[in-house]
Design a protein around this ligand. Structure first.
Ligand SMILES: C[S@@+](CC[C@H](N)C(=O)[O-])C[C@H]1O[C@@H](n2cnc3c(N)ncnc32)[C@H](O)[C@@H]1O
Length: 305
């Protein structure tokens, strides 16, 4: 459980708030509650008869619960959005938000094992009951799987060399901590580029541990299915892999084929309008975490499916 409160600065907060539709009786969803920064801002502008349902896969987020009768916090994977909204008799939704990735709580709580900045046991599970940890991936996955994870999820340029080193090293002794992993990786990283390159390795492992690609794809599909015609999906991404998934999933037409003219909008599209919003220079200066953020906004078509 969370021992101390770590404040997470919500990214693109003003931009999210501008996208929230004001309705007499709206259903709003925050798929990634975290410290609740976005949820609190949404509650501050929606009507008295509206409801906000928030999800977080991490039980630590429950410590940030908001005391408001319009608010429900659900400790579950956002891919189950439609199931839970149905359970709470809250379908269809008018607005769905997801702010992907880690919170400051994850990075700054050492026993969660996400950070390469301190010596931690390689864990990285967002949901504490999951079986697979980063330690297990590093010590048990095949050479091919390790290379694929490092390349596809982190764009690590020395993926092959690092995977081979990991396999050599683990024959002698299990690799259990971030210091042990960093020591192997630092051989391939030029001086001054340590932060960027280690961040890529840890991102790749975190995505694999938490099945993030699959979760995001299901979440986008389930959000589409959960929204009312004209309803809005906002997803904040932080890396090129998330961007790619957003682009390919949002391009799907009603018949599930990809549409090359996905930004123009036509009758067969699932979304009538899609646009992208980036943080301002002021925000990037004030909050370094926002530098790689992009928000994709998609409005569900009014056509009957
Ligand atoms: C970037 S933080 C969100 C911060 C939040 N917007 C705020 O203002 O504090 C992302 C959160 O999403 C959660 N998360 C990640 N993947 C999830 C998933 N598949 N389902 C539900 N929550 C998830 C993480 O546990 C983390 O708390």
């Amino acid at each position: 459980m969370m021992s101390k409160q770590i404040y997470h600065i919500p990214v693109l907060l003003d931009e999210v708030i501008k996208e929230v539709p004001i309705l007499n009786q709206g259903i709003y969803v925050d798929g990634t509650f975290g410290s609740g920064g976005h949820s609190r801002a949404i509650l501050s502008i929606i009507s008295k008869k509206s409801k906000l349902f928030a999800f977080d896969i991490d039980a630590d987020a429950l410590a940030n619960e908001i005391n408001d009768s319009r608010f429900t916090l659900i400790n579950a994977n956002f891919k189950f959005i439609r199931y839970y909204l149905n359970y709470f008799d809250a379908l269809p939704a008018d607005f769905i938000l997801a702010d992907l990735g880690l919170s400051s709580h994850h990075l700054e709580t050492n026993d969660r094992g996400f950070s390469f900045m301190s010596d931690v046991t390689l864990d990285m599970r967002m949901h504490q009951d999951q079986e697979i940890t980063a330690k297990e991936i590093i010590n048990n996955y095949s050479e091919e799987d390790l290379i694929n994870i490092l390349k596809n999820y982190g764009n690590v340029s020395f993926a092959v060399s690092l995977a081979l080193d990991i396999i050599d090293k683990r024959k002698v002794k299990l690799i259990e901590t971030s210091s042990e992993l960093n020591e192997l990786a630092l051989k391939y990283i030029p001086k001054g580029k340590e932060f960027k390159n280690l961040a890529k390795i840890y991102q790749a492992l975190r995505i694999a541990v938490n099945n993030e690609v699959e979760n995001l794809k299901i979440f986008i599909e389930e959000s589409y299915q959960s929204l009312s015609p004209g309803g809005k999906l906002c997803v904040i991404t932080f890396n090129s892999l998330e961007d790619q998934i957003l682009k390919s999933e949002l391009r799907k037409k009603i018949n599930n084929k990809l549409d090359e003219n996905w930004l123009k909008g036509d009758k067969n599209e699932r979304w009538s309008k899609i646009y992208k919003i980036s943080p301002t220079q002021e925000e990037i200066i004030a909050n370094n975490r926002s530098r790689s953020a992009k928000m994709y906004v998609a409005i569900k078509n009014n056509n009957k499916v």
